[in-house]
Ligand binder design. Structure first.
Ligand SMILES: [Zn+2]
Length: 51
C-alpha cells in the first residue's frame, strides 16, 4: 500500500493572481507586480484570501 504521496502534482504554474485594490484589474505574476499600470494602485494576492 503506497502512502506518503504528498506530491502536489501541478508545479508548472507558480504564478498567482493579483487584483488591483483600486480598479480591480487582475494580473498573473510570479511575484507581486508592485503597482497597477492602469491606476497606480496596490495589488493584492488573490490566492491568499482563499483561507
Ligand atoms: Zn488599478
Amino acid at each position: 500500500m503506497p502512502h506518503d504521496q504528498d506530491v502536489e502534482g501541478d508545479t508548472s504554474d507558480i504564478s498567482s493572481e493579483y487584483e488591483c485594490l483600486q480598479c480591480g484589474k487582475i494580473v498573473r505574476a510570479e511575484t507581486s507586480p508592485g503597482e497597477c499600470a492602469e491606476c497606480g494602485g496596490e495589488f493584492q494576492n488573490r490566492a491568499k484570501s482563499l483561507e
